[in-house]
Each structure stands twice: as C-alpha cells, then as structure tokens.
Write a protein that binds this ligand. Structure first.
Ligand code: PMP
Length: 400
C-alpha cells in the first residue's frame, strides 16, 4: 500500500463521529457511516431552514424549494445525467427498482416477455421483477464470480425486454463491464437497468458513458441519509412511463371525472418528499466528490488487495469474488458458521456482516448458507485490516 493510502484515511476518519477509536467498522456495503458535513446539513435542514417544498407562497418554503431543486441538479451532475428532470427521488434503490418494475413494466411487458437477471443479484433486483409476472432468465457467473457476459450474449433473445444487473455485487464486489452489458442488451432492443447501490460510493459513475437506460442507488450507502435514493432514466423513457403512486404533487389537474399527471420527475414523486433526506444527499455527494471518486476507488482497491493477501495467508479461510473486487470481500472460515465469526469479531471491536446478504440465489450457487463479509469505506485503513486478521486468527484458535 502506498504512503498516500496509508496516511489520507486518517484525515477522513476524523470526519466520522460515529466511529470511535479502536472500532473497525467493516460494514459499509450495508450502510456507510455519516461524515460531519452530512450530519450538519441534516441538522440545518430540520433546524433553521426547515419548511416544506413546492408550496412557495412564503419565503422560507421558496428557499427550501430552491435548495431541494439544487440537490436534484447536483445528483444529475454526479452521475452525468443529461438534465435534472431525469432524476427521480425515491426512498432508495429498492423503491427505484419497484418503480421501474411496476410503471415501466405495466406499460411495456406483455405475456411471453422475459427479463434477464444474474445469479449475484440482491433480492431487491429479483423480487420486483418476479412481481411483474414476466418470465425470468438468469445469467450465470464466471469461475472468478463475475457476471458471465459471454453467457449473457449467448442467452439473450428478442423476448428479453429488460436486463437488470448489479453494477457492483454487494457480496462479491465484482464490477460489471456495464458498457458491454449495455451493448448486449441493446442488440435485441432490451433496456438495461443497473443497480448502482454499491458502485456510486466506490467509483465514478457516468450514466451516459455506461449507455444504460435506468440507474438506481441509495443515499445511505453513499455516506448520506437513509430514506432517500435516486432513480435515473433517460427523459424519453420517463416521459412515456405511467405514474405508479397517486397523490399530491404528481398531478396536473384533478377532477372526479378525470385526472391528468405532471411531467417527470414530479409524476413519480407523489406526496411530500423527503426534503431533509434530499439536502443530506446533496451534502453526501459534495463530500465524496471533495475526496474524489477516483481517489476513493484507489483507496478501496488498496484495502481489498491487502485484505485478500492477509486472509489468503490463513489456511482455513476461503475467499469469494474476483481479485479486483471493489471494496467488498466475502469469505468463509472452514468449520465455523459466519454468524460465529461475526460474533467473535465483534468482541474484538471489528464489525462485519454475516449472512446471505439478501442474495440467497447467490449463496445457493456458491454452495453455502451464508458468508462473512468485510466491506470498506473512506474511513478504513490498514489498522482495520490488521484488526480483522487478528480477529479471524482468534476465531481459528477458538474453533481449533
Ligand atoms: N442492491 C444492492 C446491490 C444492495 O447492496 C442493496 C442494499 N444492500 C440494495 C440493492 C437495496 O438497497 P436499499 O435497501 O437501500 O433500498
């Protein structure tokens, strides 16, 4: 690991009040801790600047509306959307995928149509598609646990109307070659949805360069608040989608005889929005861009290398995922249930995740019930990997 990686994280760690000295927080793939600028933005939004939006007859609400819409512009810039109107604020990736499945699905899926997913998808990129009633096909993984795009190219056919894939796997850290996936999907006229939950905190994302059709992510994994996320889609796609929830703010004109709907994104944002969450997300985007997504990617790549090398040195450890996984390392210790690993590590002040990680079909494919997973963020450093390794050595001693 180079000197920059060894020293810089200590600066970033100081931004996170929830991480006390000596605690190795290695569960950022579940949710990231929050830096002071995000906490302050939330405090201000609920404090001195609080008001609702889009009801701007008084000054405070007009100001809040400006801040809210500035956050939409910021989110658009962050992923290089063509226009702020392509950004729909949702509760998180789960809601974004359900929105597409129900709205786009209702307008575009006919009996006999099929959807293509992969073995490593999170349940939130499986179940909403099952609920559309479309037939599901599943792209297998390569031996090194990536989505097998050669297999995808061989499987895809015109009945596939949509392909939905994780940009980065939440279990294995595998990074999708998204441009190639887009080419393959588009070769039969299918749309490509990318689940960017684990990608946006870890690497620069440019939706136009990736050439996808839908992109979703959650604020809380990007060092922002819970309860807020983004669905992006190209304007012409959103414009042709019917509303999925009815209520205030999403209408043009309501009568008992007939209601007409607002254009996107308002059409998809029924009800009072999560105003404070949106402002917190803005602060989170400023925070990660202040560090630089390339710098974060390099930092996490160095941590992954170091962790994989160290864990490989322990005989009973089995590593999952490709060598160049992004910020996430899943592993097993022979003869020890991942929950026991997690509990023993917790006694050593190391917080990892153990379980199926909402990816039960992937667990079946790996032939395990669960894995232990260490995942990194900007606040992690070599000391955390050292603590992880010491903890796992203790696990192996306890279990003989
Ligand atoms: N997809 C992936 C790859 C994830 O890691 C997660 C969160 N674990 C989700 C979707 C769902 O995100 P959320 O619960 O924030 O909606």
């Amino acid at each position: 690991m180079d000197a920059a990686v060894a020293t810089r994280p200590l600066d970033w760690l100081a931004d996170f009040p929830a991480i006390p000295e000596g605690w190795a927080y290695l569960d950022s793939a579940a949710t990231a801790q929050k830096p002071v600028p995000v906490i302050e933005a939330i405090t201000r939004a609920y404090g001195v600047s609080y008001a609702t939006v889009h009801r701007g007859v008084y000054q405070r609400s007009a100001e809040m509306t400006l801040a809210f819409e500035a956050s939409r512009r910021r989110a658009a810039e962050f992923i290089n959307a063509a226009a702020p109107e392509e950004i729909v604020f949702v509760r998180g990736a789960t809601e974004g995928i359900n929105l597409v499945a129900q709205s786009w699905g209702k307008a575009n899926l006919k009996p006999g149509d099929r959807i293509l997913l992969s073995t490593l998808e999170h349940h939130s990129n499986i179940v909403p598609w099952q609920m559309t009633g479309a037939e599901i096909d599943v792209v297998p993984l390569t031996d090194d646990h990536r989505i097998d795009l050669d297999a995808m190219a061989a499987m895809i056919r015109p009945e596939h109307k949509l392909v939905a894939l994780a940009h980065v796997s939440n279990v294995l850290g595998s990074v999708l070659d998204a441009k190639r996936a887009a080419d393959i999907a588009h070769s039969v006229g299918a749309k490509l949805l990318l689940d960017g939950c684990q990608a946006v905190p870890r690497m620069p994302v440019d939706v136009r360069d990736l050439d996808c059709d839908f992109y979703v992510f959650s604020g809380h994994k990007l060092y922002g608040p819970t309860g807020i996320g983004v669905l992006w889609a190209r304007h012409e796609i959103l414009d042709a989608m019917p509303p999925w929830q009815g209520g205030g703010a999403m209408i043009d004109k309501v009568t008992f005889a007939r209601t007409t709907y607002a254009p996107p994104p308002a059409r998809f944002e029924a009800g009072t929005p999560h105003v404070v969450g949106v402002l917190g997300l803005h602060a989170a985007i400023d925070y990660v861009e202040g560090i630089g997504l390339d710098a974060i990617a390099a930092h996490e790549a160095a941590l992954v290398n170091e962790a994989r090398d160290a864990l490989r040195g322990i005989n009973s450890v089995r590593l999952f995922g490709p060598e160049d996984s992004a910020g996430i390392v899943s592993f097993a210790v022979e003869g020890v249930h991942p929950h026991d690993i997690g509990t023993i590590l917790d006694e050593s002040q190391v917080a990892i995740r153990a379980g199926h990680h909402c990816a039960q079909p992937l667990m079946d494919a790996l032939g395990v019930d669960a894995t232990a997973r260490a995942s990194f963020g900007v606040y992690n450093g070599r000391r955390d990997i050292a603590a992880l390794v010491r903890g796992i050595e203790r696990v192996t001693r306890i279990f003989g």
